[in-house]
Design a protein around this ligand. Structure first.
Ligand code: NAD
Length: 335
């Protein structure tokens, strides 16, 4: 990516957890950043610190509707008509399992109409396009498997409790791939595994913020799942951002698994959080949630081989940073 102010980047879902970190990285490196969000799950608070930068523009827009960038006066400085739009990171989608219950149709539409509208913008400007897909496209592991590899076709229930997200993302991947085949859009698909860090919402039902919040309140942490088989990997946000940027800069389309190669028992992670937060919480075990896919970890050998990317932050270092951030926000509204 050339380092100059004539390079225009669009981030859909830019006011969310991952999107706000991407926007921040680009703004600080001097690129022109257009952040699109409808705040269905994101918050203005995530991008507050960017609003004063002249190379950052926020558009409140629902990606399920067509996006005509040339209609927005506030983008005139970026001269999109003449200079074009170089990269699109398409992240707009309600993400936590809680959202799959509260906004399922919006989730389906973000992945279908939203992805279509974002790809149409890419087609119009010849932009490179990255889809933030998910490990959820794999669904469950088959017996005997511990890691997901990109060539695993998945075991997904089209009518399951989280189908709007899992199937929605599978559809989004298919549409993205067809824009590569039929419209020659330079696309990339990142299958993101569980990622954590500052700016995750505290109360949206995701595992890490939930455990940290309970630890900070010295409340019991409830691990829903068998402690021996309930495992996952945890990627720190800066490692994810590095991977997405590397993917965009490469000639590869993927799909690539983007996650941490080390798999932890969730029970151990809960204990680690208690230790790092110096909390008096205890851990109890309860039945697994029905809408939680069986967890596992990624095989990241492909992205390592093709792009030379691998995670640098281990879970202890990353959790400490996430806990410090949430501690500083504790009591501040972030729901
Ligand atoms: P998030 O909920 O914090 O951010 C998503 C953002 O998209 C929010 O700001 C939301 O308001 C916005 N949005 C949703 N629908 C929209 C629409 N129709 N128009 C405009 N904006 C819309 O989630 P996140 O954790 O930042 O995830 C970002 C992307 O990465 C998502 O596509 C998600 O599926 C993917 N992903 C995340 C993880 C993770 O661990 N966080 C794992 C796998 C995949």
């Amino acid at each position: 990516m050339p380092a100059n102010q004539f390079y225009n980047v669009l981030v859909t879902g830019g006011a969310g957890f991952i999107g706000s970190h991407l926007c921040e990285r680009f703004v600080r490196e001097g690129y022109n950043v257009i952040c699109v969000d409808n705040f269905i799950t994101g918050t203005e608070k995530n991008i507050d610190q960017l609003l004063t930068f002249p190379n950052f523009k926020f558009l409140r827009h629902d990606m399920t509707q067509p996006l005509d960038l040339e209609k927005f006066q506030e983008l005139s400085l970026f001269q999109i008509k003449f200079k074009g739009l170089h990269e699109i990171y398409h992240l707009a989608c309600p993400t936590s399992p809680k959202h799959s219950n509260s906004v399922p149709v919006e989730t389906l539409l973000a992945n279908s109409h939203g992805t279509y509208n974002a790809l149409e913008v890419a087609r119009r400007y010849g932009s490179k396009f990255l889809l933030a897909s998910t490990a959820a496209v794999y669904g469950d592991l088959l017996p005997g498997m511990t890691r997901f590899k990109e060539d695993y076709l998945g075991y997904v229930d089209a009518l399951g409790p989280r189908a709007c997200y899992n199937e929605g993302k599978r559809f989004a991947e298919t549409m993205t791939e067809y824009y590569r085949r039929y419209h020659s859009v330079d696309v990339k698909i990142a299958r993101i595994f569980k990622t954590y860090g500052p700016r995750m919402k505290m109360n949206d039902g995701r595992l890490i913020p939930d455990y940290i919040m309970h630890a900070l309140e010295n409340e019991q942490i409830v691990v829903h799942g068998d402690p021996d088989t309930f495992v996952s990997s945890f990627l720190y946000i800066t490692d994810l951002i590095d991977a997405l940027i590397k993917m965009m800069a490469s000639k590869e389309s993927g799909p690539f698994n983007v996650g941490h190669n080390v798999i932890y028992r969730i029970h151990d992670v809960a204990q680690l959080i208690i230790k790092l937060a110096e909390s008096s919480s205890t851990v109890t075990i309860a039945e697994a949630y029905p809408n939680l896919d069986k967890l596992g970890g990624p095989d990241i050998s492909l992205i390592k081989e093709k792009l030379g990317w691998f995670p640098l932050i281990d879970v202890e270092e990353g959790m400490k940073k996430a806990i410090d951030f949430m501690q500083s926000q504790h009591g501040v509204i972030n729901v």
